[in-house]
Design a protein. Structure first.
Length: 414
């Protein structure tokens, strides 16, 4: 058996999208984990008939055709406060589901499964809750591309959501054939972190509390009971917490901005090798619609800050995406924005993440050291500037002042 990154032995050439696994009619390919916790295809030479299909569907060997038409961009948040509280950004994904899924539909998305994340499908949008919220780990795709093809051929409406490499893989798997009944929705992606980190966290909790993780919400918003559907959910930008529920019922909350996971991941010390060269982190996209956080909201559209309740960036890349979003807008508060301005604040829509020369050293520690040692060595301590911006004079306070000035009809602030 050989571990194979298809095009070459270089790990950056494999996105871990699993298109090759699903395309292989001989079931000769399985995914195996390397010592960093990332999964790669392994070909069983005794089963392989050298048909070459795995290479044909690989989005690295055969990148799919992207949408080149003019984009339309929207910023805003869902009108329903409960949906907003359950969503990561501003609930744009839920608005799209309501607009697209009327009858005979299937929705694919990522669900949390303990420490793992995997793709599933639902046929009733009442179950949408399990797809909501970003799980910051690579989702294992299972048979999702294969099932999508089957549903499309049966004439069902399919909404497929995932990271940009999942969408590229789906298109390659479908051999670039376009389907009227398919809507592809991707998230803006800063890369996926090594699963070793969260396993070290789990081992630490087991040691300390004699219980392991049942549920992990990376961006939990502590909101008071929502009485009215229109109430603004506070806390999305400044007071999100990483919320861990253990099997013994114990709950731990750690402020997102002071959390070592975010510091290590966003310093690009533990991302998948292919993320450092990701070709899908660019302005030209593969999906009909791209969803992200409306970063920079306090600077260029403070009215969409949502009283610190989070906002979605929605980029429509295709005619199909624009048509669906026309309908979806009725569920949102917001407005059209300029693509060039939105792009300024969205690094992963311009280019892939930068490599960090200390990555290998950090990964070595991730293998060898315990959770506390890793954090002590690699996570940045919160700076006085960060605390000042969070509690004294930051985006929240600037938007608050902007609102007063705006109300008094005095010009906006920077
Ligand atoms: C790994 C990752 C990195 C991201 N990086 C950025 C970033 O750098 N900048 C930015 O602006 N936004 C980023 N996002 C997107 C952002 O976090 C929100 O997912 C997005 O704005 C949608 O939020 P929402 O409120 O519309 O809906 P929600 O209801 O919260 O959206 C859920 C959607 O995310 C999908 N999803 C959740 N977890 C995964 C996963 N592990 N793999 C594939 N799909 C998943 C679900 O299938 C569903 O389509 C990232 C998301 C992920 C998963």
């Amino acid at each position: 058996m050989s571990v194979c990154y298809l095009d070459s032995e270089i790990k950056t050439s494999c996105y871990g999208c699993e298109a090759c696994v699903q395309a292989c009619s001989r079931k000769a390919i399985t995914m195996v984990e390397d010592d960093e916790g990332f999964r790669y295809p392994r070909i069983d030479d005794s089963l392989c008939i050298h048909c070459g299909l795995c290479r044909k569907v690989c989005p690295h060997s055969n990148p799919p055709e992207r949408f080149h038409e003019e984009k339309s961009v929207y910023g805003g948040y869902h009108k329903d406060a409960e949906v907003r509280a359950e969503s990561t950004s501003g609930g744009g994904f839920s608005a799209i589901v309501d607009a697209w899924c009327d009858d005979n539909y299937v929705i694919f998305g990522a669900v949390a499964d303990g420490l793992n994340v995997r793709h599933e499908y639902i046929t009733d949008k009442k179950a949408l809750g399990k797809f909501r919220k970003s799980k910051y780990s690579q989702s294992q795709i299972g048979t999702a591309y294969f099932d999508t093809k089957k549903f499309l051929r049966e004439g069902r409406k399919v909404l497929f959501s995932g990271t940009p490499c999942h969408i590229a893989a789906l298109k390659s798997f479908l051999r670039n054939k376009s389907y009227e009944n398919l809507l592809m929705v991707e998230v803006v992606c800063e890369g996926v972190p090594s699963p070793l980190y969260v396993r070290k966290y789990d081992a630490y909790l087991q040691d300390k509390y004699k219980s392991s993780i049942r549920d992990l919400d990376y961006r939990y918003t502590d909101s008071a009971p929502l009485k009215s559907k229109d109430r603004i959910t506070p806390g999305k930008w400044d007071f999100e917490v990483m919320h861990t529920v253990m099997n013994n019922g114990r709950v731990l909350k750690v402020d997102r901005w002071l959390n070592p996971f975010w510091s290590i991941w966003l310093s690009h010390l533990m991302s998948r090798p292919s993320c450092y060269e990701c070709p899908f982190a660019a302005a030209e996209r593969n999906a009909d619609i791209t969803l992200g956080d409306l970063w920079g909201v306090h600077l260029y559209c403070p009215d969409l800050y949502g009283r610190n309740g989070g906002s979605s960036l929605v980029v429509c890349n295709s005619a199909q995406g624009k048509a669906v979003w026309q309908i979806a807008q009725q569920y949102m508060h917001g407005r059209e924005l300029s693509f060039e301005t939105a792009l300024k604040y969205q690094g992963p829509m311009r280019s892939h993440i930068a490599s960090n020369p200390l990555r290998d050293a950090c990964m070595a520690d991730l293998r060898a050291c315990d959770y506390q040692t890793i954090n002590k060595k690699w996570a940045k301590k919160p700076t006085v500037k960060l605390l000042w911006q969070k509690y004294v004079w930051g985006n929240r306070q600037k938007v608050w002042l902007w609102n007063i000035l705006h109300h008094l009809k005095i010009t906006s602030i920077k």
